[in-house]
Write a protein that binds this ligand. Structure first.
Ligand code: ADP
Ligand code: MG
Length: 462
């Protein structure tokens, strides 16, 4: 696509998004070219990039395609004259590190060979100073701090786990930054399990596994993020296990993260799981209200340093902390949007503006009950195993709770009868309907059943 054609796309965009939107969001964009099937657009600030990709990404793409361009995604990068930050995509991505040298003492960059230590990319914002500590993460934070002292290895490995967006990667980068500053002689390597795998596969392909092993075994502190990625990938797991053992035997510190506890990673090699279990396993709990509010306040303070005019009405942060899910990444996304809003409209962020600006995020965060939760709670309530509930047994003490669970699925979720049927071990939708009707009938005549239904409903909706 040429600049002329981009000019045409701009004309079309003006028609579809309207003048105001066009001048606020589209006009500042520079078209750089197309690489592969990705259109490269440059924006003056990362806020605009985030905003545009969220709000106008689709329509831009559509107009480019109808102008004949062969594209299927857009990548935004920030103008060099703006802040030196990296590409902005729909997902917030880690910024490229300020060129960390992996080995603090090395001067001239050596030719990149397989023997080269993997370069760790650290996000400049993921430091301990930027990490807000609260009840849900205090243990993980304390353990990370301890490891970051770089003293004698006290627990090995440190295994951090928790759901997405709760700060695992942030803590690992913070450890790496701290060690780089305080112990520059240590070889500290941070990489994702995925990168570990690709390196290993490349070494296999280049018939260079020996140097792969040497490189990894010369490390002082190894951090592998998102280990669940290699669960089930057998030769990678095997190699990881050997690397791991070798380093532990040499008394080197290892830090690993995962989305679940080692024992709950079904496809993870049992030997690895039990090895991981030997160290210190700490989890990051979903955030609570206080922590969310603390994080919001910290990010607003940081933003104020950049844009001192930022005005947020009282109660807005409390409202967001209250309403938005436990995932910090979603929280940050919401703030980024609000900041963009404030930046461009130049007035105070009121409660009304907040609700309007974040309506989609707020809606998505509304608590929804899942069929899995219903089944779990129903089993707990009736002291049954899930396998009993799913079994074909018609015994009253099993069939009734099963019907109760079906009833709750129908009432508390938007699932259809066939979907519920599939969930309950492939039962026919007429069976589900019968179960739902049965409970409805019983509720009006059997006070025990009515009470059970009410109790379960309240627990699930809490
Ligand atoms: P995970 O690796 O667990 O999926 P990340 O470490 O990538 O999550 O965190 C997601 C985002 O939330 C990051 O931008 C991170 O800086 C931020 N974040 C998470 N926890 C905290 C915290 N306690 N204080 C400040 N920022 C946090
Ligand atoms: Mg992560």
């Amino acid at each position: 696509m040429t600049q002329d054609e981009w000019g045409h796309v701009r004309g079309e965009l003006l028609k579809s998004v309207g003048k105001n939107n066009f001048s606020a969001w589209i006009d500042p964009i520079t078209f750089e070219g197309i690489e592969g099937r990705t259109a490269q657009l440059v924006v003056p600030t990362s806020f605009i990039g985030t905003w545009v990709s969220q709000h106008f990404g689709d329509v831009i793409l559509r107009h480019m395609m109808s102008a004949g361009a062969e594209v299927d995604r857009i990548e935004f990068s920030v103008d060099a004259q703006g802040r030196a930050s990296g590409a902005t995509q729909v997902e917030p991505v880690a910024k490229p590190a300020p060129k960390p040298s992996v080995n603090g003492t090395r001067s001239a960059p050596a030719a990149t060979t397989a023997q080269e230590l993997p370069e760790s990319t650290l996000n400049a914002n993921f430091t301990f100073a930027d990490f807000v500590v609260g009840k849900p993460n205090e243990l993980a934070h304390a353990a990370a701090r301890r490891v970051a002292e770089g003293g004698p290895v006290s627990f090995n490995p440190l295994f951090l786990y928790g759901g997405v967006g709760l700060g695992k990667t942030h803590l690992m980068h913070a450890i790496a930054w701290e060690l780089r500053n305080n112990k520059p002689d240590l070889k500290v390597i941070y990489l994702s399990a995925e990168q570990f795998m690709y390196r290993f596969i490349r070494a296999l392909r280049d018939q260079d596994t020996l140097s792969f092993k040497e490189v990894f075994r010369s490390i002082d502190v190894l951090m592998v993020d998102d280990v669940q990625f290699i669960a089930g990938k057998n030769s990678t797991q095997e190699e990881f296990f050997h690397t791991f053992n070798a380093l532990v035997e040499l008394g080197k510190q290892i830090i690993i993260s995962g989305d679940r506890a080692p024992v709950d990673m079904e496809e993870l090699d049992n030997r690895i799981a039990s090895r991981l279990q030997c160290g210190l396993v700490v989890d990051l709990h979903p955030t609570d209200y206080e922590l969310r509010l603390g994080i919001l306040q910290q990010k607003v303070d940081a933003q104020r340093e950049r844009t001192p005019d930022l005005k947020i009405a009282p109660g807005v942060l409390e409202f967001i902390a209250h309403r938005i899910s436990s995932n910090v990444r979603v929280l940050e996304g919401a703030l980024t949007r609000l900041f963009a809003f404030a930046d461009l409209i130049g007035c105070e962020i009121t409660m009304d503006l907040t609700q309007e600006c974040l309506s989609d995020i707020l809606r998505a965060s509304d608590r929804k009950v899942t069929m899995d939760e219903i089944i779990k709670k129903t089993c707990e309530h009736y002291h049954l195993r899930q396998s009993d509930l799913m079994s074909p047994s018609r015994a009253r003490n099993i069939a009734r709770p099963r019907q109760m669970a079906m009833y709750l699925c129908k009432k508390l979720t938007t699932r259809s009868l066939p979907e519920i049927g599939r969930k309950f071990g492939g039962r026919d939708h007429t069976t589900i309907l019968h179960g739902v009707r049965k409970i409805e009938e019983l509720i009006s005549v059997d006070s025990q059943i009515a009470e059970d239904a009410e109790l379960l409903r309240r627990m699930l909706e809490a």
